[in-house]
Design a protein around this ligand. Sequence first.
Ligand code: FAD
Length: 488
Amino acid sequence: MQPGTRVAVIGAGPAGLTAAYILRKAGVNVDVFEADPIYVGGISRTVVHNGFRFDIGGHRFFSKSNEVEAFWSEILGKDMITRDRLSRIFYDGKFYSYPLEASEVVRNLGKRESLLSIGSYLNKKLFPIPRPSNLEDWVTNKFGHRLYAKFFKSYTEKVWGVPCRDIAADWAAQRIKGLSLTRAALAALWSPQPTKPSDDRSRVIKSLIGSFRYPRLGPGMMWEATAAGIRELGGRVILGVRVTSLTHPGPSQGWTLEIEGSGLRAAGLESGLQNYDQVICSAPLSWLVSAIRPGLQAEALEAAMALKYRDFITVAVMIKTSTTFPDQWIYIHDPGIQAGRIQNFANWSPEMVPDPSVTCLGLEYFCFQGDTLWNMTDDALIALASRELVSLGLVDCEMTLDGAVVRQPKAYPVYDENYKNHIKRIREALATVGEGLQAVGRNGTHKYNNQDHSMMTGMLAAKNILSGKQVYDPWNVNQDAEYIEETE
Ligand SMILES: Cc1cc2nc3c(=O)[nH]c(=O)nc-3n(C[C@H](O)[C@H](O)[C@H](O)COP(=O)(O)OP(=O)(O)OC[C@H]3O[C@@H](n4cnc5c(N)ncnc54)[C@H](O)[C@@H]3O)c2cc1C
């Protein structure tokens, strides 16, 4: 790395802040630009409302990567608490442990339905649907139609917003290879021992971990402390500023960022145009492609436009008791309820609520920007969430104290049948603009992954800058935050 190298980081989420912290610790001049005027942490921020704190979906801190775990410990130390996981499924008015327990499944489903489920499984083993091309047929073949209908269909359709018949089978093969609820159900029905989660980091299936860490004030605490660390080391984390374009004048001439927003003046920046030698971008890939000047090839722009996202609303409902259910979150499989999951934030950390007699329930609605849910007023969403809590029997009408709504665009990058081709085109085009620009993070690389993955991509981008050459390819980080060397 040349002495005096200036680095810009776009986005103060886990990926951007991790990269900036590592760079600043090594003495590099780094500026982080964050569009949000209040919060750092991106999707991993913690929102504060009248003394209650809540996440954009509950955020567990667990990684198979020692480097990531060590980073979390370095930043927060004793402020990280360890929680035993409790989360159950709600289906047809009953709670099911997750992973499922055989006796409870039989008790809840009844002997007749349990036998029918086994029968429908055996039926598909004997008479599978030939060449299953969609998720419904693929899962039905694997587990039988009855288990598919109970423990897969409704929740999957809530999350992705399309019928399971419209989701490609190879997506299922990829996502369900390590774990599925139905697999757990079958294991439970067949095995005399309930499936026990394991904490052996090398083997554990992430969705089933038995315990996890959590900052005592929510995930935002981690990212606020990281931002504070960057500032203490002399770096800048500037809020309320949106990068609107990146101009690459030519080889070895760095990048000029165009930046807008009220945070500019507060940060003492004279101009909205700033020059950098290197840029790390954690903003959505679709945006990055459209923001590069001179513009990229039409093929890349079309591919970027074609990337799809699923959006998300958290409706936080503050209620009078903290004991409504003991889980950190529950999955709502009942198709009559629009919420997909419900978090109970007092069970994540007692410090998420102002006192022990109250809690904040976070109802999660998966949606598309501009659809009916997205366009509902905050009051209507809070009324919907409160009604659903009552109809599930979790809350009495008079228990509700307050409510708050957070809309999160681009919460989930969608893996549709064409996304891999789009990414390939985009990466080819990005390679033509050459050195000095690295895409990192969840939406930055269009990968549906956790914080640890996002952080690892930021770590590798920082290491590349420090070493002065492209040693690592952040695109080769897998969902377990492991760096996979490219092989022929
Ligand atoms: C419902 C839900 C639950 C989750 N649960 C977990 C969990 O339990 N554990 C876990 O580890 N992970 C979880 N995740 C994933 C986690 O939230 C992400 O992996 C992580 O936040 C991604 O970090 P990032 O830095 O890549 O991106 P982001 O968090 O998206 O941050 C990107 C930042 O860039 C900013 N930005 C974008 N464009 C611009 C621009 N042009 N100029 C300036 N700033 C810009 C954004 O405002 C944002 O702050 C969950 C995600 C969701 C949606």
